[in-house]
Design a protein around this ligand. Structure first.
Ligand SMILES: [Zn+2]
Length: 55
């Protein structure tokens, strides 16, 4: 249909070749931070068991 115009996955603005596949270095940083946040911020299971309360 339309020409294959790539868009920034962060903010949906047209991609700038210099910062491909993002529109700016700022969005690239944001994506990187998001990625790191997903991969490294949680060293273990995020949900502790809520059934061990035996008071
Ligand atoms: Zn962007």
């Amino acid at each position: 249909m339309t020409r294959s115009e790539r868009k920034c996955p962060i903010c949906r603005k047209p991609v700038v070749a210099e910062h491909s596949p993002f529109c700016s270095s700022r969005c690239r940083d944001r994506d990187l931070l998001k990625w790191l946040d997903d991969g490294y911020a949680l060293p273990g299971p995020p949900a502790p068991p809520d059934i061990a309360s035996d008071e």
